[in-house]
Design a protein around this ligand. Structure first.
Ligand code: ZN
Ligand code: FE
Length: 746
C-alpha cells in the first residue's frame, strides 16, 4: 500500500472514560475489492459499534468503542489484497447513545465505484475451492471472488456494477445471489460472481485441450484480455509450426509454468523475480536462461526468456490436466494488429493459425495484453505495462486539470490525468494500421469513461503526419505538440517527482527533431516546458532510411564509408546489394543523417556480423547484448566536441574483432563515453540529477553500467520504473508537460 497521507490517529484514552466515536474517510481503490466485509469483520473483532458504507468518494466508516487506534492501524495493515489506500482521514466526533451493533449500510444515491481496479490472478481461496470435489465450483473455469478475477477487461463503464460488465447477460442463480448479498461472504458484491449452474462455459473441455496440446496442436484459447495461441513448450516442432503460421521467425515467445519451483531447471530466479512472478498482477518476467531443458526456438539466440505463472482458473486447470507440462503462450494478434478479443474475430482471424479455437461466453470488453517486465538490481523495468497494472495510477507531484496525451507512433500508449494521478493505458501498438488507430480512439473514450474526466488539453508528438496528431487536432481541445525526446525525459521527471532542471539522456531508435531531422541519441537540459539540446550522438548516414533499422549491415557499411574504408564494403557484405548502397552513401541519396543510438547499436552489429537482418525490432542489439561476457573499455574510443559524442574510433577498432570481443568492448566503451558526456554537462550546468530514458536502456548492461558509473561520479541517475522505458512510456511525459503548460498559463 502506498501514500498513507493524512493519517491522523486518535490518541488513546484511559479505559475508564466513556466510549469514543470516530468518522473515518478512506480514499483510493477501496470499492469492489471486499473492503466493507473486511471493515465489518475488523470492527467486530475490536468490539466496536457503528457502520460502513460506500459513497462517491470511497469508503466512509463510523466506529464507537475503546479500541479505535488499533482498529485504524489494522485498517491499513490488513487491507484486502486488491485494495489501495491513497488517503485515510480520522475525525473525532461525539459519541452516540444506544448503538450496539456494527452494520454494513446500504449505500445511498451517490453509490458509485470510484475506481476500477486491474484484473487479478486467481486467489488461493478460490483455487482451494476449485480443487475441492465437494465444492459446487469444483473444476469450474470461471471461479472468482472479491479478491481475484476479471475487472478492467469486463467493465464497460462506471459505476462498477454487474449491469456495466459483460457478466450482465448471466442471471445469478439463488445460491450465487445469496453469496452476493451476504456482507460476510467472500463474494459479497463480487460483480463477476458465477457458478457452473449460472455462469459462463468453455467451448471445449480442459481434458480435450490438454490432449490436443500433447498431440502437438496449436490452440487459440480465450483468456482474460484477449486470445492466446498456445502449444506444448517442450515440443520444438509445434513451436516451429506456430512460428511459421504466425509468420514470426525469431521474436521470443513467453512460456507459462505451473509453479515457480519448476523454473530452476531452465532459468535463474532471484527473490525479487520470484515476488514479481507470484504477484497478483502475474506479469511475464524476463529471466536469464540456463541449461538446455527448453527448446532453443522459444527465444532463439537470446540469453533471456519470458516466464509467467497461471493467472486464470482455465490456466490452472489446463496445466493441471497436463501434469504441469509448461506451455508456450503468445498473444493472438495476427500481423501486428490489436489482440483478438471477440469469438467472431477469433474464428475469422485465427483460422489457419490455430488447430482449434476455444472460446467461452463471457465477453472481453477491453483488450489487454500480458505485461512484460524485468528485475534490475531489485528495481522493476517494464517492457510492456498492461494486464494487472492498468488502470493503476502513477502519482504525480502536483494536482492539475485533466490532460490527455496521445503518445508515440511505435508502441503507442495514451495517458489521461485526474488530479495528481496519471493513468497510462495498456499497450496499444504501432500506429501503422487502421485497426490499431481505431484501438487508440477506443482506449481514449474508455479511459475517459471510467475516470469520468474531460481533459482540458490534448498533447501529441511534434510529427505532423502521425495518426495521433491528426486525432489530436480533431478533438476540438487546446493542443500542445511535444518533441519525442523531451517527452521521454519528462516521463522520468514525472514518475520520480524530480526537481527541475535535470540533465536528460534519451537513447532510442527515432524521434522527429525540432528541425525536422532524425534524433535518437540526445543530451538535453530539461526544465519543465523548456528543453535545451546540449548535444547529441555524432550523426551517421542511414542508407535506405527505415530499411537500415532492420538490416544492420547497412549501418556497418555507413560507418565504413564515413571512416574512408568504402573499399571494404563489397567484400564484407558479399551477399548484399552493396553497389546501390555505396551509391546512396556517395551521393547522399536516401541516406538521411541521424543521431539515433539505435542505429549506433546496429552499426556495431553490422561491423561484427552479429545479425544480418533483424526479424523484430531490436533483435540485433539484443543478440549483441547476449554476447557480452565481461565489458571492456577502450580509453580512446570516443571524443566529445561541441556536445557531440563520437564513437567512430571505437567502431573503427571493433570492425576487426570477434563478435564476443567486440560486444564487450562496445558496451564498456559506450557506458564510459556516455558517463563522460553526462558528467561534463552536469558540471557545466551545476546539476546533479540525470534522467535516462528511451528504448536503448532496455539493454540491461547499458542501464546498470551507466547507473553505477554516474553514481560513482556523484550524479544521481533516474530511469523509468513505473512507466516503460521505451516509447510506451512517452505519453506519461507528454501528459506531465501538458500539466506544466496549463499551470504556466494560469
Ligand atoms: Zn451460480
Ligand atoms: Fe523513443
Amino acid at each position: 500500500m502506498n501514500g498513507m497521507i493524512g493519517l491522523k490517529p486518535v490518541s488513546a484514552l484511559p479505559e475508564t472514560k466513556p466510549d469514543r466515536r470516530a468518522q473515518i474517510r478512506i480514499k483510493g481503490a477501496v470499492q469492489g475489492v471486499g473492503f466493507r466485509p473486511f471493515v465489518y469483520g475488523l470492527a467486530k473483532s475490536f468490539g466496536l459499534s457503528g457502520w460502513v458504507l460506500n459513497d462517491g468518494e470511497g469508503v466512509l466508516i463510523e466506529v464507537q468503542g475503546k479500541n479505535i487506534d488499533d482498529f485504524c492501524n489494522s485498517l491499513t495493515d490488513q487491507a484486502p489484497v486488491l485494495s489501495r489506500i491513497d488517503d485515510i482521514n480520522v475525525l473525532s466526533i461525539p459519541s452516540l447513545d444506544g448503538e450496539t451493533d456494527f452494520e454494513i449500510r446500504q449505500s445511498d444515491q451517490t453509490d458509485i465505484i470510484t475506481d476500477i481496479i486491474p484484473d487479478a490472478a486467481t486467489c488461493p481461496a478460490c483455487l482451494k475451492e476449485m480443487y475441492d470435489p465437494d465444492n459446487p465450483r469444483y473444476g469450474y473455469p470461471f471461479i472468482n471472488c472479491t479478491h481475484c478475477g476479471p475487472r478492467y477487461t469486463i467493465t464497460h463503464t462506471l459505476p462498477y456494477d454487474r449491469p456495466q460488465t459483460s457478466m450482465n447477460v448471466f442471471e445469478m442463480c439463488d445460491s450465487c445471489s445469496k453469496e452476493y448479498h451476504n456482507p460476510l461472504d467472500r463474494r459479497f458484491h463480487a460483480q463477476p460472481i458465477c457458478c457452473p449452474d449460472c455462469g459462463p462455459q468453455l467451448s471445449m473441455s480442459v481434458d480435450e485441450m490438454a490432449e490436443r496440446i500433447l498431440d502437438g496442436q496449436i490452440l487459440a484459447i480465450k483468456g482474460l484480455g484477449g486470445f492466446h495461441l498456445v502449444c506444448n513448450a517442450h515440443d520444438e516442432d509445434a513451436i516451429q509450426r506456430l512460428r511459421d503460421r504466425k509468420n514470426r521467425e525469431a521474436k521470443p515467445f513467453a512460456i507459462m509454468v505451473a509453479r515457480t519451483e519448476s523454473i530452476k531447471h531452465f532459468a535463474k530466479l532471484n527473490i525479487h523475480e520470484k515476488e514479481l512472478l507470484e504477484s497478483v498482477e502475474r506479469p511475464i518476467v524476463l529471466l536469464e536462461k540456463h541449461g538446455s531443458e527448453m527448446p532453443d526456438n522459444i527465444a532463439p539466440g537470446l540469453n533471456r526468456m519470458g516466464v509467467m505463472l497461471p493467472y486464470t482458473p482455465i490456466h490452472h486447470l489446463l496445466l493441471n490436466a497436463l501434469n504441469r507440462n509448461p506451455l508456450v503462450m503468445t498473444s493472438a494478434n495476427p500481423g501486428g494488429e490489436p489482440l483478438v478479443i471477440s469469438n467472431e474475430e477469433a474464428y475469422e482471424r485465427l483460422d489457419g493459425i490455430a488447430d482449434a479455437i476455444i472460446t467461452h461466453d463471457r465477453d472481453i470488453l477491453i483488450r489487454v495484453d500480458d505485461s512484460v517486465l524485468r528485475s534490475d538490481m531489485g528495481q522493476t523495468t517494464f517492457m510492456r505495462r498492461a494486464r494487472g497494472f492498468t488502470p493503476k495510477p502513477i502519482f504525480l507531484r502536483d494536482k492539475g486539470p485533466s490532460v490527455l496525451a496521445l503518445g508515440a507512433y511505435l508502441k503507442n500508449t495514451i495517458c489521461l490525468t485526474r488530479d495528481n494521478q496519471a493513468y497510462l493505458s495498456q499497450h496499444i501498438g504501432d500506429l501503422d494500421n487502421v485497426a490499431t488507430i481505431g484501438f487508440l480512439k477506443e482506449t481514449v473514450s474508455h479511459l475517459k469513461n471510467i475516470l469520468r474526466v474531460d481533459p482540458a488539453m490534448v498533447i501529441h508528438d511534434l510529427h505532423p503526419d502521425f495518426a495521433s496528431t491528426h486525432f489530436a487536432n480533431e478533438l476540438g481541445l487546446p493542443t500542445l505538440s511535444v518533441q519525442h525526446h523531451h517527452a521521454h525525459i519528462a516521463s522520468v521527471i514525472a514518475e520520480h517527482q524530480l526537481n527541475n532542471p535535470v540533465i536528460g539522456v534519451a537513447l532510442d531508435g527515432f524521434g522527429l527533431g525540432e528541425e525536422g531531422d532524425s534524433w535518437g541519441g540526445e543530451l538535453l537540459k530539461v526544465d519543465g516546458l523548456s528543453c535545451e539540446r546540449l548535444g547529441h550522438l555524432h550523426q551517421l548516414a542511414q542508407p535506405g532510411g527505415d530499411k537500415a533499422a532492420i538490416q544492420p549491415w547497412r549501418m556497418g557499411a555507413s560507418v565504413l564509408h564515413q571512416l574512408g574504408r568504402s573499399d571494404e564494403i563489397e567484400t564484407r557484405y558479399q551477399t548484399q546489394d552493396t553497389k546501390t548502397l555505396t551509391l546512396m552513401l556517395d551521393k547522399g541519396l536516401n541516406a538521411p543523417m541521424t543521431s539515433s543510438a539505435g542505429r549506433l547499436f546496429d552499426a556495431a552489429c553490422g561491423l561484427l556480423g552479429v545479425c544480418t537482418e533483424s526479424k523484430f525490432e531490436g533483435q540485433a542489439p539484443m543478440m549483441l547484448e547476449s554476447m557480452v561476457s565481461r565489458i571492456e573499455i577502450m580509453e580512446q574510443g570516443w571524443s566529445i566536441e561541441n556536445g557531440q559524442l563520437n564513437f567512430l574510433p571505437l567502431l573503427n577498432a571493433i570492425s576487426g574483432l570477434t563478435a564476443e570481443h567486440g560486444a564487450n568492448l562496445f558496451h564498456g566503451t559506450l557506458i564510459a563515453g556516455l558517463a563522460d558526456w553526462i558528467k561534463q554537462a552536469c558540471q557545466e550546468h551545476d546539476i546533479k540529477t540525470a534522467a535516462l530514458s528511451g528504448g536503448c536502456f532496455l539493454n540491461q548492461i547499458l542501464a546498470q553500467g551507466l547507473t553505477r558509473k554516474l553514481q560513482q561520479g556523484g550524479i544521481t541517475p533516474y530511469l523509468n520504473q513505473q512507466a516503460p522505458l521505451s516509447d510506451a512510456g512517452l505519453s506519461l511525459g507528454q501528459a506531465w508537460l501538458g500539466q506544466q503548460k496549463l499551470a504556466a498559463e494560469n
